[in-house]
Design a binder for this molecule. Structure first.
Ligand code: CMC
Length: 432
């Protein structure tokens, strides 16, 4: 839907100069002032720390309306995909911006299943890292190391990029599970080609060579849902990182490895682990939910209500809505109760009726309830963000592939406003 009322240009006056800048309109009517000619025409640049007002690219992959709480992959609402689709189908959708037909689905499923083993030598990389090392660091290292196995000379072709994309999608569950097995000192379990994508992850995480392991279909289905919800979120911190690294011509493994590192931070994907730590500290009586909320409102306390707030959503995150319902369903199906769910609901209740959170439009985000489900599935808390990374992999890949084909793409190189010393002469150490 195009907004016919959108202006085609914007006028900017700076000192005695006036320039007219084109206005770009997206397919959902979002408007962007195209400032590419700004510096050459006026000598000025824009200043936008955190890039909250900056469109860094045009994209056909994911649409997000934070005011209305809308998220769509390739035009399909997240609610419909969560209910009817599968993670493997969503991978294809993100990469091609179309749902696969039956033949494409079968062949793609085959590829992401049959390329899941990693080179035997790469296993030694895990052994060389401390067992207590965070699995996000281990995964970033292993994904970066994949580029040493799949090096090629010359420019990257579309066909080569596609093969590498398949490799990443197929091998990330193996890498993730090996990072866990290494941390607990258990033998690595090879992938099983007879299992679904999600079931295979659970097998590699929890099976041992000593006895048969039956994947619980309730757990596999819940995991598939989590992966769908994490699959893409347009130009977030890790995706922008992947695009930025890729803009230098770096290969897809190096770019995605950087994305994993960006996702690790507690303000981004690392929030799911931080939420559980927060809920556990309340459960263990460190402070009550009310006391915690008072602290979260004080800026100098260094405490934030983790899993709340979002740069783009100024409304309930649609993924959080789906996950909140899924919490009740999954815990019920598994016959579990979790006091952390009650604490989370209490925190949400307090927040949604507190003027601090209302005025700032702070609502639960995807990470608020996801940890409770991961916990119910038996996933250890330091692996939560790794599972987020498995889910985000098709998003990173599709955004990287799109950026490589973008005729307007240039190396990412922002400007700055220098606020340091003016020119001065060097003095020898004895004269300072
Ligand atoms: N608890 C308390 N206050 C908050 C919170 C929070 N969780 N989030 C934002 N605020 C306050 C913030 O202090 C600021 O107040 P003021 O206007 O008085 O200075 C205002 O709300 C705006 O916040 P901001 O930090 O300027 O917003 P941002 O867009 O830069 O940051 C955010 C977004 C997600 C980093 C932030 O909301 C946050 O730190 N949330 C907790 C961490 C979290 O859950 N992260 C996961 C994000 S969703 C999944 C993902 O990206 O991976």
């Amino acid at each position: 839907m195009t907004d016919s009322a959108a202006p085609s240009t914007a006028k900017l006056t700076i000192g005695d100069k006036e320039i007219e800048l084109p206005v770009l309109v997206g397919t959902e009517g979002e408007q962007a002032i195209d400032i590419r000619a700004l510096r050459s025409a006026t000598g000025a640049v824009t200043f936008d720390p955190g890039l909250g007002n900056t469109g860094s690219c045009e994209s056909k992959i994911t649409f997000l309306n934070g005011e209305k709480g809308i998220l769509r992959y390739g035009g399909y609402p997240i609610e419909q995909l969560a209910e009817h689709s599968s993670f493997v189908e969503v991978m294809w959708l993100l990469i091609h911006q179309e749902l696969p037909n039956a033949e494409q689905h079968e062949s793609f499923t085959h590829h992401v299943t049959y390329h899941s083993m990693i080179h035997e030598d790469l296993k030694r990389l895990f052994a060389s890292l401390p067992k207590a090392g965070h699995p996000m660091a281990v995964c970033a290292a292993a994904v970066g190391a994949l580029s040493t196995y799949y090096q090629k000379a010359g420019p990257q072709t579309a066909e080569q990029n596609w093969i590498d994309a398949i490799r990443l999608l197929a091998k990330i569950p193996t890498i993730a599970a090996y990072s866990y097995k290494h941390s607990i000192g258990q033998p690595f379990m090879y992938p099983r080609n007879d299992l679904s994508y999600a079931a295979n992850i659970l097998h590699m995480m929890f099976a041992t060579p000593c006895e048969p392991y039956e994947v619980n279909p309730v757990i596999a289905k819940a995991l598939d849902l989590l992966l769908i919800l994490h699959a893409d979120h347009e130009q977030n911190c890790s995706t922008s990182t992947v695009r930025t690294v890729g803009s230098s011509g770096a290969n897809i493994f190096a770019s995605v490895s950087a994305g994993i590192s960006a996702l690790w931070g507690p303000l981004h994907g690392g929030a799911n682990e931080a939420v559980i730590n927060m809920l556990e500290s309340i459960r263990d009586g460190e402070r009550s939910a009310k006391e915690f909320m008072e602290l979260a409102k004080q800026k100098d306390s260094g405490v934030r209500l983790m899993g709340f707030g979002h740069r783009v959503y100024k409304n309930y995150d649609p993924r959080a809505k789906i996950l909140k319902n899924a919490c009740d369903e999954v815990l019920g199906q598994l016959g579990q109760t979790d006091p952390l769910l009650e604490i989370a609901q209490e925190l949400e209740q307090i927040a949604l009726s507190d003027s601090y959170f209302i005025e700032r439009k702070l609502y639960p985000n995807v990470d608020f309830y996801s940890g409770i489900i991961y916990k119910a599935l038996g996933i250890p808390s330091d692996m939560f963000t790794v599972f987020f990374a498995i889910g985000r992999m098709p998003g990173w890949i599709s955004q990287w592939l799109e950026s490589q084909q973008d005729p307007d793409a240039r190396i990412t190189r922002p400007r700055q406003i220098y606020q340091g010393s003016n020119e001065r002469d060097y003095k020898p150490c004895t004269e300072r």
